[in-house]
Design a protein around this ligand. Structure first.
Ligand code: ATR
Length: 282
C-alpha cells in the first residue's frame, strides 16, 4: 500500500489545530500495529455541508466531528444512531456501503470516564446538578437520564437554554438558575461542570460547596487545566472528584473501532501521553 493510500481518518473542526485526537488515535494505531493514519482537517462552517455530502469520495475513511460542526454533521448523514438522534449532534462519522453514518459518543465517553474512576458509579442515582446548557451539557444530560439520575437540575446563565433541555429531554430535567445552586447542593449526588468556566484563559468557576453532602461526587468536563478550580475546591472540601480527561479518551474509542476494526483500550499510558503533551507530568 503506498503512503498516500494508507487508510486515514480525521478530526473535522474550525479551528482544529489544538485537537489532541491525532495523538490518541496514532497511539492506538501504533499499539495495535495497524497501518493507518489520523489527521486534523480544518473545514470552514460555510464548507462543511458540501464537504460531508461528498465524504464517500473524499480522502478519509471516517472522521470525528468537533465544534462547530456537530449539528451540521447530524443534518448531513444518511443515518444517525440513537444517541446522535437524541442529541441532534454527531461527533463520529463512518461509511457503510458508501453511505455516511453518524454516531455520538460523547455521552458514552462521559459515563465510561466515571465508571472507570468511581466503583459502582452506575448504582448511584439520585439528584444531579449540571452546570451549563450548551452542546456538552446535552450529552451529559442524556447520559445521566439514561443512568437513572433524577432530578437532573440544569443550571444556566441564560434560562432559555436550560428550558430547551427540559423540552428536549422532558422529565427528569428541571431548569434552574445559579442562585438556586446552594439549595440544590444540599441533597445532590453529583455535580457536573459543562460550562467553559475554569478552562485555561477563562474565569474560574466559584461555587461554595459547603452545603453539599460528603458523598457528592464532583466532575468537570474541562480538562485543561486537569485540576480545575472547581475540582480543587471539591478536593479541599473532602469530596470525591473525577477530572475530564477520561471523557476525551473514552469518546474516541468507538470511532477507532469503526474505522480500524479494533476496540482500543483507554490505558494509563495513553493518559500520560496526553498529559505530557499538555505539559503535565503525572
Ligand atoms: P459547549 O458546546 O462546549 O457546551 P457552549 O454551547 O458555548 O459550549 O456553552 C457554554 C456554556 O458555558 C453555556 O452553558 C454558557 O452559558 P450561556 O448559555 O448562558 O451562555 C456557559 N458559560 C460560558 N461563560 C459563562 C459565564 N461567564 N458565566 C456563566 N456561564 C457561562
Amino acid at each position: 500500500m503506498s503512503a498516500s493510500k494508507i487508510p486515514t481518518a480525521a478530526v473535522l473542526g474550525w479551528p482544529v489545530k489544538h485537537s489532541r485526537s491525532p495523538l490518541i488515535h496514532r497511539h492506538w494505531l501504533a499499539r495495535y500495529g495497524i497501518e493507518g493514519d489520523y489527521v486534523r482537517h480544518a473545514v470552514a462552517p460555510e464548507e462543511i455541508s458540501d464537504f460531508l455530502s461528498s465524504f464517500a469520495t473524499g480522502p478519509f475513511i471516517g472522521a470525528n466531528v468537533t465544534v462547530p460542526h456537530k449539528e451540521a454533521a447530524f443534518a448531513a448523514v444518511a443515518k444517525a444512531d440513537g444517541v446522535a438522534t437524541a442529541l441532534g449532534a454527531v461527533n463520529t462519522l463512518w461509511l457503510e456501503k458508501g453511505e455516511l453514518i453518524g454516531g455520538n459518543t460523547d455521552a458514552l465517553g462521559f459515563l465510561a470516564n466515571l465508571d472507570q474512576h468511581v466503583p459502582n458509579f452506575g448504582a448511584r442515582g439520585g439528584p444531579a446538578i449540571v452546570l451549563g446548557a450548551g452542546g456538552a451539557a446535552r450529552a451529559v444530560i442524556h447520559a445521566l437520564k439514561a443512568r437513572g439520575f433524577a432530578p437532573v437540575y440544569v443550571v444556566n446563565r441564560s434560562r432559555d437554554r436550560a428550558e430547551a433541555m427540559v423540552e428536549r429531554f422532558g422529565a427528569p430535567v428541571i431548569a434552574a438558575g445559579w442562585q438556586d445552586v446552594p439549595g440544590l447542593l444540599k441533597d445532590a449526588a453529583l455535580l457536573v461542570n459543562t460550562t467553559s468556566l475554569g478552562m485555561e484563559g477563562q474565569p474560574p468557576l466559584e461555587i461554595d460547596l459547603a452545603p453539599a453532602p460528603d458523598t457528592m461526587l464532583v466532575t468537570d468536563i474541562v480538562y485543561a487545566p486537569l485540576e480545575t478550580p472547581l475540582l480543587k475546591a471539591a478536593r479541599g472540601r473532602g469530596l470525591a472528584t473525577v477530572d475530564g480527561l477520561g471523557m476525551l479518551l473514552h469518546q474516541a474509542a468507538p470511532g477507532f473501532e469503526h474505522w480500524f476494526g479494533v476496540r482500543p483500550e483507554v490505558t494509563d499510558e495513553l493518559r500520560r501521553i496526553i498529559l505530557s503533551d499538555m505539559g503535565v507530568t503525572a
